[in-house]
Write a protein that binds this ligand. Sequence first.
Ligand code: SF4
Length: 369
Amino acid sequence: MQHSNIVGGSTAKRVIACPGSVALVNKMPRQPSSEHADRGTLLHNAISEILEGRPEVIGSRYEDQVLTQELFDEKIVPALAALDEIDPKQEMVYEVETRVGFGDLLPGVFGSTDLVGRIGDRAVVLDWKFGDGVVVAAEENPQLMFYAAASMRTDAAKWAFDGAKELELIIVQPPVIRRWVTTFDRIKQFEQELVQAVKAAQQPDAKLQHGDHCRWCTGKPICPKMTGAVDRALQVQLKDVDVDMLGKYLKNADLLEDWIKDLRGLAVQLLEKSLPVPGYKLVAKQARRQWVSEQDAAEALEFLNMNPYKQELISPAQAEKELKKRKLALPPELVVSVSSGTTMAPESDPRPAVVQIGQQLTAALSKLQ
Ligand code: SF4
């Protein structure tokens, strides 16, 4: 999915609160996708397909993610049930995954709405949230307000608002639905805040303001509000980052990470002893399905003509252990050590530094010239 490099739905809150973040974020390298994000995209794609009348989604893929029956039951089924609750008579006219923007008012500012619809006199803007970690509210949600404002200015979506008497913004975070009925005036007011923030972001001295919106800001590592070096960092370009300063901050980061770990540990300890920690509570981790009785399950599945067991090759370490007992050695030609990637370590680490392939190639090519 293409994203605006100024502001989109998911970044509206940050840009309004911290216009200076636009320039900082644009100096950072593009973030690689994550397993979590890919899973979200897979689920968004699947529900769009279903709502557009193509229900065969089990087995569909996005990057390394596959939509299994279990994932479908866990996320898609309750999401569709939520839609039935929102629109019990199935009278909603809607469209999904619509690219919406602000035209000449804010060139280059756009996003993609999950669902824009109309039920009777009510316009609906709905966003699916398939992650479990962060609870997302609908009330005063800047992402939903962004989509509502942009939809009203987009030919492909404005029909949902024409003549509507009310406007409902909805978050479906399966199995929970959060709804907020708001006014068109509130959306216009939000749009003005957005326009001001985008204009402010274009100024060389755009304001930086930290807050909970910093959590998802990819400009954090070079943000002066985070490092305290305001004047210097306002001029900074990524290629010009002071590497001595970076090394120093990394040492501080190690200290800080330990401090955060201990702080969290202490809070959990207090909560487990039923002592209050303002703003926090203990909740159950995500439930995973398991067999009530493995033996009963195996017998039942065999009865259904299924082989309930899978065969796996043992690891080199397990084979070596077993062979040792028989006083035999593991044939070395059977094994190769493969690193799962690179990790950062202090200079004092005994392992040799990895030379990046790109650097090797550049060095080799420069010798050929
Ligand atoms: S980390 Fe926070 S203060 Fe810094 S640029 Fe990002 S949003 Fe602004």
